[in-house]
Design a binder for this molecule. Structure first.
Ligand code: PLP
Length: 390
């Protein structure tokens, strides 16, 4: 087969690879616990499911406007306005197949060949490949566990060149759970705006921030600098709707039009009746989200109680999302020299599936998702400790 050169440089998703291996072992009859997945274990709220079923019966089964149903764009604008005072109108929004497609559209719309994108590391696995698919150059700016996985303005300044075009922020972060506070976000945003950069803020975990921490959104920066800022969000993580593929963006109307052109020539509109479910989610109150946040918080505390007691392991307390990202490299040996080998051992010897830190740009770490019930979490962490401290 002749596959394009563009694709040859692209790595397959590491998270999906771990899942595939875990499924293979399961099929052989092995008992596998997965802490590898990035999705809530809760069902989608009932009123959202009901709204979608009703929409099918009412005939919302046809093609629809590419950037989204008018009532959903209205609800998305209201979301950004209510939570973050964005002053957005529906024309500043667009509905995409998950936050993933929002990011893909953005890079396609913003980058020319050779444009550099600053990506604070550890980073979500899909960022660098998406930049590469748009012929851009990902430039990772790493922050270690010792720095609480947060980059500084000085680090960004040192990585910035005359080719830098975009700064990508992700707070709270997948894989670290680190959430920048308002002062930190404001300092970074001020720097990027003054540099003339475009900021993409991936805020898909904004509803999963644990008090006393508060989500620091870039929405107010969008309001002041609409030509230099956009915000990506979606319903996958906050409403347990990963399979629905509902993402959305807050951006300048011209950028929305550019992304609509890309989406119109690739996927067209997001599933019409799924959008109706999304309207019900955004307009139906956030009590269900508060409940899930409470459950995740309890699991975060439980996970940190256990992992925090592991010797010679550095693990900053994550303020958001549903991952912890312990630095375990002091336990690497000749036999287990890196995170990939460790995760293979954990899967084969302990039956626990995790994603190696190397996939997120930090080989010292492993990513543990706590989007599982508390018994599963405790059992899995005990098993990990047995392999790690053998
Ligand atoms: N951004 C981050 C940081 C994520 O972790 C994910 C999903 O794992 C996404 C974006 C995309 O989410 P979705 O496409 O499911 O809305």
């Amino acid at each position: 087969m002749n596959i394009s050169d563009r694709l040859k440089q692209l790595k397959p998703s590491a998270t999906l690879a771990v899942n595939a291996k875990a499924l293979e072992l399961k099929a052989q009859g092995k008992e596998i616990v997965s802490l590898a997945v990035g999705e809530p274990d809760f069902p989608t709220p009932e009123h959202v499911r009901e709204a979608c079923k009703k929409a099918i019966d009412e005939g919302f089964t046809r093609y629809a406007a590419v950037p989204g149903l008018p009532d959903l764009r209205e609800a998305v604008a209201a979301y950004f306005n209510t939570f973050y005072g964005a002053l957005a109108a529906p024309e500043h929004t667009m509905v995409t197949n998950g936050g993933k497609q929002a990011l893909y559209n953005l890079f396609q719309a913003l980058l020319n060949p050779g444009d550099e994108v600053l990506i604070p590391g550890p980073y979500w696995v899909s960022y660098p490949p998406m930049v590469q698919l748009a012929e851009g150059v990902p430039v990772v700016v790493p922050a270690s566990a010792d720095a609480a996985f947060k980059v500084t303005v000085e680090q960004l300044e040192a990585a910035c060149t005359d080719k830098t075009r975009v700064l990508l922020l992700n707070s709270p972060s997948n894989p670290t759970g680190a959430a920048y506070d308002k002062a930190q976000i404001d300092a970074i945003a001020r720097w990027a705006i003054d540099k003339g950069l475009f900021i993409i803020s991936d805020e898909i975990y904004d509803q999963l921030v644990y008090a006393p921490a508060e989500h620091a959104s870039l929405c107010s920066w969008w309001t002041r600098y609409p030509e230099q800022v956009c915000v990506v969000n979606g319903l996958a993580k906050s409403f347990a709707m990963t399979g629905w593929r509902i993402g959305y963006v807050l951006a300048h109307a011209d950028l929305i039009k550019a992304m609509t052109k890309i989406q119109g020539q690739s996927t067209s509109n997001v599933c019409t009746f799924a959008q109706k479910g999304a309207v019900a989610a955004l307009n139906g109150g956030f009590g269900v989200v508060d409940e899930m946040r409470g459950a995740f918080r309890a699991r975060r505390d439980l996970a940190m109680q256990i992992v925090g007691s592991w010797p010679e392991v550095v693990c900053p307390v994550p303020e958001g999302a549903f991952y912890i990202f312990p630095d375990v490299h002091r336990h690497y040996t000749k036999d287990i020299p890196d995170s990939a080998t460790l995760c293979t051992r954990l899967l084969e010897e302990a039956g626990v599936a995790l994603v190696p830190g190397a996939a997120f740009g930090d080989d010292n770490c492993i990513r543990i998702s706590y989007a599982v019930d508390e018994t599963t979490l405790t059992t899995a962490l005990d098993k990990i400790a047995k392999v790690l401290f053998k």
